[in-house]
Design a protein around this ligand. Structure first.
Ligand code: ADP
Ligand code: MG
Length: 304
């Protein structure tokens, strides 16, 4: 495991920002950390990066304890904080040389800075002041500073918030490219982002984990354990024709031959095939409707 978070709590005064959080991110995995504003994402990420300490609980990064071995943790981790604070008056290249200095890269500095400028596509902007860059390019600078010491674990706090759609796609592609050889934990409140780049997702709400699963598993598993399909038969049917099918939770006619069917439990597609064969009907179309993560997120975080 690259990141293990065990029973972590963080209290600010009387408020619990994070309350008994546990999850893991495996080596090489890109995990999405989703939750509404104020859920505790940034707090949890700062604890993982050993920026702030937890009130209780343990976190390890590549086996190092964030509390007791924070130097090792910082060496292994790259962090892009929320709002990406940068020195606006510094030039891009100058800033990256400065960051390389913080990591004591010494003789490696020139090579690493050049490598980062190349990898993040900052070539044409390297002699500009950071304050003059567009938000998308500032995020590239943020990614370059997070990666300059070749960390194996990358923590990205809302890396695409505030970007326009083109910039979002560019930054996502960069993350996907960089994520090929790294473990990535990325926070967001945008569900499509998780669907686009993450294999695993951890959903947090009010400081508590409400879901933790592979993205595909979560989409297949609706709250009732049922599934929704759209089916088109070769002939019209009446709702009463379905009365023998026990696994039907809901039945909605869409067109004369087309139905939206929600099962009570599990996959209903095989039952529908048998149903059609028994009536000598053909199935012209059969679609399993996966729930969008957006719907699942809403279901999980809107419960009081
Ligand atoms: P998220 O990143 O998911 O939006 P945060 O981790 O920033 O959530 O915040 C979680 C909760 O903790 C919020 O209610 C926030 O107001 C509170 N909080 C965050 N940082 C501090 C702080 N330094 N002092 C007091 N409360 C804080
Ligand atoms: Mg935040």
């Amino acid at each position: 495991m690259s990141i293990t978070v065990h029973e972590v709590t963080k209290q600010y005064g009387s408020q619990w920002a994070v309350n008994g959080v546990s999850f893991e991110v495996k080596e090489g995995e890109i995990a999405g950390f989703i939750g509404p504003n104020g859920a505790g994402k940034s707090t949890m990420m700062k604890i993982i990066c050993s920026y702030i300490s937890a009130t209780s609980g343990t976190v390890t990064v590549n086996g190092y304890d964030v509390q007791r071995q924070s130097k090792e943790v910082r060496r292994h981790i790259g962090y892009l904080p929320e709002h990406n604070p940068l020195y606006e008056d510094m030039y891009v290249r100058e800033y990256l040389i400065f960051v390389a200095g913080l990591y004591r890269l010494g003789k490696l500095t020139g090579r690493r800075v050049a490598e980062m400028i190349e990898a993040t596509g900052l070539g044409a902007e390297q002699h500009k002041k950071i304050g003059r860059l567009s938000k998308g390019y500032r995020q590239r600078v943020g990614l370059a500073q997070a990666l300059i010491h070749h960390p194996s674990v990358l923590i990205l706090d809302e890396p695409t918030t505030g970007l326009d759609p083109n910039q979002i796609i560019e930054i996502r592609n960069l993350i996907l490219e960089m994520g090929k050889s790294k473990t990535v934990l990325l926070s967001t409140h945008i569900m499509q982002e998780v669907e686009a780049i993450c294999r695993k997702t951890v959903i947090i709400d009010k400081g508590v984990i409400v879901a933790d699963a592979a993205v595909g598993d979560m989409q297949r598993k609706s709250e009732s354990g049922g599934c929704t399909v759209i089916v088109e038969f070769s002939a019209p049917l009446h709702p009463s024709d379905f009365s023998q099918m026990e696994n039907i939770g809901q039945l909605h006619p869409l067109e004369e031959n087309k139905w939206l069917i929600q099962s009570k439990k599990g996959d209903i597609r095989e039952d529908l095939f048998r149903f059609a064969v028994d009536r000598q009907l053909a199935i012209l179309e059969l679609q399993l409707q996966e729930k969008s993560l957006e719907e699942i997120f809403h279901e999980l975080t809107s419960r009081k």
